[in-house]
Design a protein around this ligand. Structure first.
Ligand code: 5RP
Length: 261
């Protein structure tokens, strides 16, 4: 891999552990003012010291994050649909690669919707973005979106989507945790991070998911709601960090969470 892209990726996936805890706050790009992200700055600011990278749109980056931050940015550059629109998968590229360079990002992120009506369009979006990003040495994160159909989260579907993303040339891939996740990880030659998905019933459930994902081959998490919709988001992210970077067991993470991190 060429130096610039490797260097940017190393800012996100920490070389010391080979893992990452990315904080996802890009939900508004299709969900609007998501619960606890209504005032994005208020939610993001206290969590920044514990995030290995921040995933968000340019609008929230400009308005809600101080440019003095040293936390690497993964800029979401796909969108164009909303949760109340006709089809969530009908996405295009919303931010140019030149704009991403101006914002000094460490990677750009785009969703692909495999199996949807707009499969071809979103896969071509990924291909064009990778070609553009390659010019500037910027890594691309492919997000294997499932739209509204959360039942699509099985190993067969996710293996297909992740492998296609890697074949097109994504530097790393974001997917969901599922049963037999090891099959997804083993058949994807690019590093994988998992989304948290909607807030789980208990903190222990979230720690178990993060633990199982890294044990089965993920390099970490790109987690949002299970962190910032928690009543104690700082202890939550600290506990997730212990799981991802130190291999803490879910029960140990729960102790960390309960003790305040
Ligand atoms: C939406 C995204 C989100 O960033 C992703 O779902 C991560 O957030 P959460 O952990 O809340 O699911 O990429 O397409």
């Amino acid at each position: 891999m060429e130096w610039g892209r490797q260097n940017r990726l190393s800012r996100i996936i920490k070389p010391e552990t080979g893992r990452t805890v990315m904080l996802a706050v890009d939900h508004g790009y299709f969900l609007g003012p998501t619960y606890k992200l209504e005032n994005a700055r208020e939610t993001i600011q206290p969590l920044l010291p514990y995030a290995d990278a921040l995933m968000l749109t340019r609008g929230i980056l400009r308005t809600s994050v101080d440019p003095s931050t040293s936390v690497p940015v993964v800029l979401r550059v796909s969108g164009g649909s909303s949760i109340i629109g006709a089809d969530l998968s009908n996405e295009g590229i919303t931010t140019s690669i030149e704009e991403a360079v101006r914002m000094n990002v460490s990677a750009v992120a785009l969703s692909i919707f495999v199996g949807s009506e707009y499969e071809h369009q979103t896969l071509m979006n990924l291909a064009y973005l990778i070609d553009d990003a390659q010019e500037f040495g910027i890594p691309v994160l492919a997000v294997t979106a499932v739209g509204k159909e959360l039942e699509k989260r099985d190993a067969r579907f996710l293996s297909l989507a992740c492998r296609i993303a890697a074949e097109i040339g994504a530097s790393f891939v974001k997917t969901y945790f599922c049963e037999e996740f090891e099959k997804v990880a083993q058949s994807c030659p690019a590093p994988l991070v998992i989304a948290g998905g909607p807030k789980l019933e208990t903190e222990l459930d979230a720690f178990k998911m993060a633990y199982d994902a890294v044990q089965k081959g993920a390099v970490g998490v790109d987690m949002g709601r299970n962190i910032w919709q928690n009543p104690k988001p700082i202890p939550m992210i600290k506990a997730v960090r212990a799981v991802v970077h130190e291999g803490a067991k879910p029960e140990e993470a729960l102790d960390i969470y309960k003790s305040g991190g």
